[in-house]
Design a protein around this ligand. Structure first.
Ligand code: SF4
Ligand code: SF4
Length: 440
């Protein structure tokens, strides 16, 4: 059965009205306020630090480089490097060292030029190299270095700009696309050239007024790029589902196999901002929403600001006890404290009053709902059983690694079994086992 034939998608209560029409707040960095940049990559490898304690830096100045992939990291504020400090890193799941920059309150900006010919003469190679030097990573949640997608030797027919944002609560893609139409469209045009692709598609969900009108008008001068509206179903923003919906194509591992490269709408705008304006990623528009925060809002925040300070900007928590989720409720990760800092791939935080489940049945009813709804055609309940008996061969046969961590199986389970957590754990166990096998 194909990924999008008769299952694997569901209409969710979006909870997006809380923030989508409110004007975005702007986080104000005070003099002597500190930002913290992790000294390790999201994969845990150490970064190469280019500045020493005591150095003065400007906003947008290169201060570190990742070593797993080549990704420069830029100072989000101007000020002085004051320390290295350990704090909780929510991406890694443990405390790691962070570079601490103290604000001078001046917001002095570095002058960058990533593309010497940010014009019609720049070649495909020039654009990819500039994207790499500007440290652009996917801003839709994955944080994967963007240049790698474009270094493919596969022929690319389409660049697909993903503005679908199907996670409940999160609205930054919608708001960003509404407020920065030209940046998104011109960024998309640059990405078409980086891919040597003839055609582009900007995908949004239906009923996202005024986006259709705004983009139809802006695309008049870009006949190679079309706007496509897709159904309001979860997980429509997942690359496989979106490509199947828009192009009726399927692939095994990477979209390039079927002639498509996918980038989030804010990533396209970041490419434009860096290559044309010389501005690398220093700030991020994020959603802080849910019934556990006093003033749910979208906020533009410098990277490296602790979550506790961001929540304070949004009026603080409702009550003493909340459930804090890094991301949306379907794919996000619950985190036990708010001392960690904003990283560029994060799209938002869902803060909920403590959940009161009516009844927690641990018993599987064998109803098959989890299998029926899995968009990756997996059998989550069988994966959980194989995990419980540590049957790694069965986990492999059940294609466990194909889980996209969409959370649908937990959502539909009538027994409220956290089945998607079990599948995630099974993936971790399999990776570990595969690592052991490789070492033998
Ligand atoms: S979390 Fe994984 S197993 Fe569960 S429905 Fe989504 S893809 Fe399927
Ligand atoms: S949806 Fe829940 S109760 Fe039904 S088979 Fe899956 S795990 Fe069991």
């Amino acid at each position: 059965m194909g990924i999008f034939s008769s299952k694997g998608h569901i209409h969710l209560q979006g909870h997006k009205e809380e923030t989508k029409h409110k004007e975005a707040l702007v986080y104000k960095v005070n003099a002597q306020e500190k930002v913290y940049l992790p000294l390790v990559s999201p994969r845990g490898t150490p970064n190469t630090v280019l500045v020493s304690v005591g150095a003065k830096v400007k906003k947008g100045e290169k201060v570190m480089v990742r070593t797993d992939f080549y990704v420069p990291i830029f100072a989000p504020i101007s000020g002085r490097v004051v320390a290295n400090e350990k704090r909780y890193n929510s991406v890694i799941g443990r405390p790691t060292d962070h570079l601490v920059i103290e604000s001078d309150g001046l917001q002095l900006e570095a002058e960058n030029k990533f593309l010497s010919a940010a014009n019609l003469q720049a070649t495909r190679a020039d654009i990819i190299s500039a994207i790499k030097e500007a440290g652009i990573v996917g801003l839709g949640g994955a944080g994967f270095p963007t240049f790698i997608k474009y270094e493919t030797d596969k022929p690319i027919e389409y660049v697909l700009i993903n503005g679908v944002e199907c996670e409940p609560y999160l609205t930054t893609d919608y708001q960003f696309m509404r407020d920065y139409v030209d940046k998104v469209v011109q960024g998309a045009a640059l990405l078409l050239r980086a891919a040597a692709a003839n055609k582009g598609v900007i995908a949004i969900k239906v009923h996202k007024e005024p986006l259709p009108e705004l983009y139809q008008a802006a695309l008049v001068n870009y006949p190679q790029i079309k706007l496509v509206e897709v159904p309001d179903l979860y997980p429509m923003g997942w690359e496989k589902t979106l490509i199947k919906q828009v192009f009726k194509r399927e692939y095994e591992n990477l979209p390039a196999e079927c002639g498509v490269i996918v980038n989030n709408a804010q990533t396209a705008a970041a490419v434009y901002d860096a290559l044309v304006n010389g501005n690398p990623i220093t700030d991020k528009l994020i959603t802080v929403a849910g019934d556990g925060v006093n003033n749910p809002s979208n906020v533009n925040v410098p990277v490296g600001i602790p979550l506790a300070n961001i929540v304070a900007t949004c009026g603080g928590y409702v009550g003493e006890e909340v459930t804090l989720i890094c991301g949306g409720p379907m794919t996000g990760k619950p985190i036990a404290n708010d001392s960690f800092v904003l990283q560029s791939a994060m799209g938002g935080f869902t803060i909920l009053k403590p959940l009161k489940h009516a009844a927690q049945f641990a018993e599987c009813l064998r109803c098959g709902e989890c299998t029926l709804h899995c968009p990756a055609n997996l059998q989550p309940v069988e994966i959980k059983r194989a995990l419980d008996r540590k049957d790694y061969d069965a986990l492999e046969k059940l294609n466990t690694m194909k889980c996209v961590e969409c959370g649908l199986c937990s959502f539909v389970c009538p027994s409220k079994i956290e089945i998607s957590d079990a599948v995630k754990r099974a993936k971790t166990m399999l990776r570990f086992q595969q690592g052991l096998k490789a070492k033998k």
